[in-house]
Design a protein around this ligand. Structure first.
Ligand code: GLY
Length: 398
């Protein structure tokens, strides 16, 4: 990827990094449209994977429920859904095959927060984050302590690893290890998955996916997840007719992570931040990058200084770009989407790249009486990773 292939879309302040501002007008117009459409309250926004349940959250809001209850209702849908492998049940596991979940929430009216990280066996960690907020003097619990607290509060232990996610994890193991998959003595032994050139590697991944029993219709997606470990997540922010607001974020984190790795989602101020006086923001994408720019807090503070939701989000994205000195050879491996809601109902969805894959743009789901899925406005045009992103190992290692 280079700047010639991936045109710089909305980079107003990035001229120094080599981009052109050719798309800035179009991007601003979309942002303006987003802001103007959101004049109606109540309003609820979330990542695109919450579209199926956003109406449930909106109904609660419209019926006068608490804003955090409404936001939690939305994210609970993907947490309960075994087919959403980015959160809760069916989330893609860590490198040891264990699903490890993180979540956080902020309640605007009471100015309180709760978070959990590295939790095993408890599906609805967004609700657990709320329990930490409501029933402890702490803000964050992690690991075993968080699980014991969940059991004490009446949550059920469940095996969160679905068959589908287990098979994709096994494919990842076989793709990255010499010791998983058929050994040398096996009549069906093939060369190591990752040896040879990119095309051979891809073909072997296809064959390994077949051997593992991954359905043909799921194989391409499974291979993509092996080659490009996803960080799928859901964030939701809700604002009621009285101007009260809350936010929450929940995730299974980076697929194949080292056990114990926490991303941005459980970090108050990174994956989620709500200030009752200003607005609410949350993130999905490369957690490590978002932690370093304290994304959600940065965005809310930007709005406090008078920036629009769109500009506030774009500024946070540009801070990520700045952390890499604008080096596109590295930035192509990162992605970040921010969901921004201001106290007056103006909102924006902004992303570093158009989508994770060509033809699958990042989206923000919005409900202000009408439910809709909108493309986010991206800083750069293109998918965040060339696909398949295969680099053949040097000959000396074969
Ligand atoms: N944004 C989710 C994560 O990186 O864990």
């Amino acid at each position: 990827m280079s700047m010639t292939r991936r045109e710089f879309v909305a980079g107003v302040a990035l001229g120094a990094l080599g981009g052109t501002a050719s798309g800035a007008t179009a991007a601003s117009q979309i942002a303006l449209k987003q802001s103007m459409r959101a004049a109606k309250l109540p309003i609820i926004i979330c990542a695109g994977n919450g579209f199926a349940t956003i109406a449930d959250g909106y109904r609660l809001l419209a019926d006068g429920a608490d804003t955090l209850e409404a936001a939690l209702r939305v994210v609970r849908g993907p947490e309960d859904d075994p087919n959403d492998d980015s959160v809760g049940l069916g989330g893609l596991p860590n490198e040891e095959g264990v699903v490890e979940l993180d979540a956080s929430c902020m309640h605007g009216p009471s100015r309180r927060a709760g978070a959990v990280g590295g939790v095993h066996n408890i599906k609805n960690v967004s609700l657990l984050a709320r329990e930490v907020m409501l029933h402890t003097g702490h803000v964050m619990l992690v690991g075993e302590g968080a699980e014991r607290f969940a059991l004490a509060r009446g949550f059920k232990r469940e095996d969160l690893l679905t068959e589908d996610s287990r098979k994709v994890w096994l494919l990842w193991k076989e793709a990255h290890s010499d010791w998983w998959g058929p050994g040398l003595a096996d009549p069906g032994w093939k060369e190591r998955l990752h040896s040879g050139n990119a095309a051979q590697y891809y073909q072997r991944l296809q064959a390994a996916a077949q051997d593992l029993g991954i359905e043909p219709s799921r194989r391409t997606a499974a291979i993509h997840k092996v080659l490009f470990p996803p960080t799928g997540t859901i964030h939701c922010s809700a604002l009621n007719a009285h101007g009260e607001m809350s936010g929450c974020t929940t995730t299974s984190g980076l697929a194949w992570k080292i056990p114990g790795r926490l991303g941005d989602s459980p970090i108050i101020g990174a994956g989620c931040y709500t200030d009752q006086d200003i607005g609410s923001a949350g993130a999905t994408g490369s957690g490590e990058e978002n932690i370093k720019v304290a994304g959600a807090h940065t965005i809310v503070e930007n709005m406090r200084k008078g920036m629009s939701p769109f500009d506030a989000g774009m500024d946070a994205l540009k801070r990520i770009v700045r952390n890499y000195g604008g080096d596109m050879q590295r930035l192509k491996f990162l992605d970040m989407t921010y969901y921004v809601l201001r106290k007056d109902g103006a909102y924006a969805g902004v992303s570093l790249w158009t989508g994770y894959e060509p033809g699958r743009p990042h989206t923000i789901a919005v409900h202000d009486g009408t439910a809709r899925l909108e493309k986010t406005v991206s800083l750069y045009e293109g998918a965040s990773q060339e696909w398949p992103p295969i680099v053949a190992p040097p000959k000396s290692t074969l």
